[in-house]
Design a protein around this ligand. Structure first.
Ligand SMILES: Nc1ncnc2c1ncn2[C@@H]1O[C@H](COP(=O)(O)OP(=O)(O)O)[C@@H](O)[C@H]1O
Ligand SMILES: [Mg+2]
Length: 435
């Protein structure tokens, strides 16, 4: 038995961070998992099989405050959940302070924080991605759009919280997107540079991998559901559900994608003197001409993490430590057989502005089910009553022997939870919508 006693700090407050806290608290080496700022789900007492979790009231982007906390509590390892602190250089600052932290540096995280940077890197390395051009100037971008008759996608190059992509049907739509980004500056600096790319067709796949800057170890492939409503209708959201693994992809195909997509990107960054340590996430489109990269992310996906982490049988802490010590090649990475389905429960109005303080009921009834995990996203504790604090409230994950069984169990758990205006998709991991 390894010695208990490690203190972990997780940065972030969503379902992904709750799932990370849950997974790390299972490690025999961990004593306490702090989550900054966390949510109503990231507080629990220690048990014989699980370390305790404690929320910490420090915002995820307060780098100085988090460094002070990590020093004060002698944190052994910090794990960064969301992209914003990575882009702000949190990993660089922690390292400079002599603190151990899992995640890419600011320079490596450009793979996510600058789509223009990522596209140019892919072009240089021959990584399959849609044809593209980069613009800063409205007139030049407009005339490019007018010269193209094929459908285009217009993207803010910088971080836009998953809202900076416009999949356009017509030249007019593309021109309007350009106007919003460059003239109206709806995403500020993030839209000063735009990427215009060819529109691809196919099913999407999230391929996430651990990397120590050299070795790449793919996690189970996942599929997320970005649209608000069943059958991929309605506006884009942060993600309404996910499942893993993806049955239409073989292990050989995953290995091939890691070889032609993830490995060359990791090698290119290392050559540039910006080695990437952390989770590298490729958002892929499976086209008739093979997999194409839509974008890279520099961290775990949300809600993909909530579908992938419950399937990890081996110790997550050991894998993260192996990345930091550049010995990922030797780290055990074992997966439970079967599938995991994650259903996100949202409040009315999401993805727009939402009411707050709606009481949530039935959490204990859902959590009491075997092989069910209720990960909190936008929740807060109001004198012992869990209430919503954001649009995506919960991510309900369930294991099953296959996708259908996992979906059945996830929806059975969802049916035990209720709150005013509760909205969720009914087709996650299911061939057909079903209520
Ligand atoms: N070249 C493309 N062709 C077709 N659809 C695309 C293309 N690029 C992006 N999309 C669609 O837009 C979504 C968001 O784009 P993505 O590049 O992942 O940016 P972000 O997640 O930062 O908004 C994708 O999940 C995909 O559905
Ligand atoms: Mg995306």
């Amino acid at each position: 038995m390894a010695m208990k006693g490690k203190r972990i700090l997780i940065v972030g407050s969503g379902g992904r961070e709750h799932a990370l806290a849950w997974a790390l608290a299972r490690s025999p080496e961990v004593e306490t998992v702090y989550v900054a700022p966390g949510n109503a789900g990231t507080r629990w007492p220690a048990r014989s099989d699980r370390a305790s979790a404690v929320p910490v009231p420090i915002p995820a982007e307060d780098i100085k405050g988090l460094i002070a906390f990590a020093r004060e509590r002698a944190i052994d390892l910090t794990v960064v959940g969301p992209e914003a602190p990575l882009a702000l250089g949190m990993v660089d600052a922690f390292r400079a302070a002599g603190l151990r932290i899992f995640g890419p540096t600011q320079a490596a995280a450009r793979l996510e924080s600058s789509k223009a940077f990522a596209k140019e890197l892919m072009r240089r390395c021959g990584i399959p991605t849609a044809d593209f051009a980069v613009f800063h100037d409205l007139d030049a971008a407009r005339s490019y759009v007018r010269r193209h008759s094929s459908p285009l996608v217009v993207k803010a190059s910088g971080l836009a919280g998953g809202k900076g992509t416009f999949v356009c049907e017509t030249v007019q739509e593309a021109e309007e997107a350009l106007r919003l980004l460059i003239e109206e500056r709806v995403f500020g600096e993030a839209g000063e540079t735009v990427v215009i790319e060819e529109r691809l067709e196919g099913r999407e796949l999230s391929l996430l991998a651990l990397t120590d800057g050299q070795t790449v170890r793919p996690l189970l492939p996942a599929r997320d559901h970005k649209r608000l409503r069943d059958g991929d209708q309605g506006p884009n959201t942060g993600g309404m559900g996910a499942y893993a693994p993806v049955p239409d992809i073989s292990g050989e195909e995953i290995e091939a994608m890691a070889r032609i997509i993830l490995q060359p990107a990791v090698e290119a960054l290392a050559r540039q003197g910006a080695p990437f340590t952390g989770v590298l996430y490729a958002g892929l489109m499976l086209t008739a001409h093979g997999p194409f990269v839509l974008e890279f992310n520099a961290r775990l996906g949300d809600p993909e993490a909530q579908a992938i982490l419950p399937l990890l049988e081996s110790d997550l802490l050991e894998a993260l430590e192996a990345c930091l010590d550049r010995r990922l090649e030797e780290a055990p990475l074992r997966w439970r057989s079967g599938s995991c389905v994650t259903v996100v429960l949202a409040v009315p109005g999401y993805p727009g502005p939402v009411p707050k303080g709606i009481p949530i009921f039935g959490l204990e009834e859902a959590e009491a089910m075997e092989d069910v995990w209720v990960f909190h996203a936008g929740t807060a504790d109001a004198n012992g009553q869990v209430v919503n604090a954001g649009g995506r409230v919960l991510a309900v994950s369930a294991w099953g022997a296959d996708l259908a069984a996992a979906a059945g169990r996830a929806y059975a758990a969802v049916s035990r939870i209720h709150f005013e205006g509760m909205h969720f998709r009914c087709d996650i991991g299911r061939a057909r919508p079903f209520r």
